[in-house]
Design a protein around this ligand. Sequence first.
Ligand code: ADP
Length: 425
Amino acid sequence: MAHHSAHRGPQTSASQKRPHAPQPPRLKRSGEPLTSQPTAVRSKTASAGNTRSCNTLEFPAPLRDVNAYEKKRQVGKGTYGIVYLGADKITGDSVALKRINTEQEENGFPITAIREVKILKALNHPNVVILKEIVTSKDSGKVPKNVFMVFEYLEYDLTGILETREIRLSQDHIKSWTYQLLSGVHYMHKNKILHRDLKSSNLLVNRKGELKIADWGLARSWNKDMKHLTKTVVTLWYRPPELLLGNAQYTPKIDMWSVGCIIAEMFRRTGFLKGKNEAEQLELIFQTAGHPTPDGWPDIDSTCPEWKNCKQKPDELLPRKIAEKLKAPPVANPGWMSDNAIELIDKLLILNPTDRMDAYTALDVDYFFEDPMLKKAAKLNMKFSVPSMHEWEARQEQEKRMEARRAQEASMRNGGGNRPRPPPR
Ligand code: ADP
């Protein structure tokens, strides 16, 4: 790979009928100890986390009251609470208010929220969501009842976009968002941070076409000597084989597998490897990416304790079929799946994490240098017929449609003479 920086420009930053998509199983969040802040990241002096500097000293400022914002409507549901669209009462700027539920937590404030704030304060990149500040409600005792993280607001998340058939996508969107995702991931890996929950609902998109990585609640700083990392990370559909096989000494390559799944999902408008449980997920991976072989993954026995339970006889080894599966239905537009696009996804879905492509290399692959050429976010057509859509809202819409269909079927069964009304779209 010779010609990196020359091509890497600044990146400020089909509708199809789809079945009701099941939710990938959600993760339980665990409380690993916090490690010190990564040294390569320079801390911002923004208001996030509310510190005021006084020469060399930094001391916490009182948190502002949530009254500073008008709560408008729910847009998301996170592990720890609801996410609302809000507006700054003075400037009118839209924000996302993520409620941190401190009540369900035995030890007061959730460790994942502390970790998320700490990491977000340290990160500063066009493809990472901006945490503006933390606010709290007045009724606070020792541990405030209501604490909100205030983020810049982005009108869509990628699941909301992909699941809304009225939103027409082009190759330009897929290519630009793939590049923006890789840029954000490269930045965090360079700073020795693992995200550990990359998936389409954690990728936000605004009306300027910018994609930003959100939900840093499972992220952590990392170095290669860490031997006992939590294995129950990454939402099942996006979880790499080494984690499913019990490797607790994983690397940033776990996020790269998730990136491969997300790129494939953009072409298909639905998840690529949708297992219902861990065993099924592993089976799906093997059916798609083939079985691991001693040549392809020489240290699998020593690094993956669960591998001994699923070893295959040499004559039962499944072959690799990534290209074939990527071109198969429900790919939205098979013509878009160029050989270079397939090659990129193929290299990200390599079973052996050592050989899996990293973000820096992925930013330089031929897919970004073939027609249609990579567009900057600002050049994307973002005049979608739906002005905003997040996963939670898309699910509500689907529920409404299903409800209407059930009611219609029931009335037909009851011999309802009235002509049935079509369900709302
Ligand atoms: P949790 O960490 O509790 O799972 P997330 O941060 O993933 O919560 O947020 C849940 C959902 O809320 C996201 O999938 C997204 O749809 C929505 N959301 C989160 N942050 C924003 C934001 N800054 N702007 C708009 N929507 C957001």
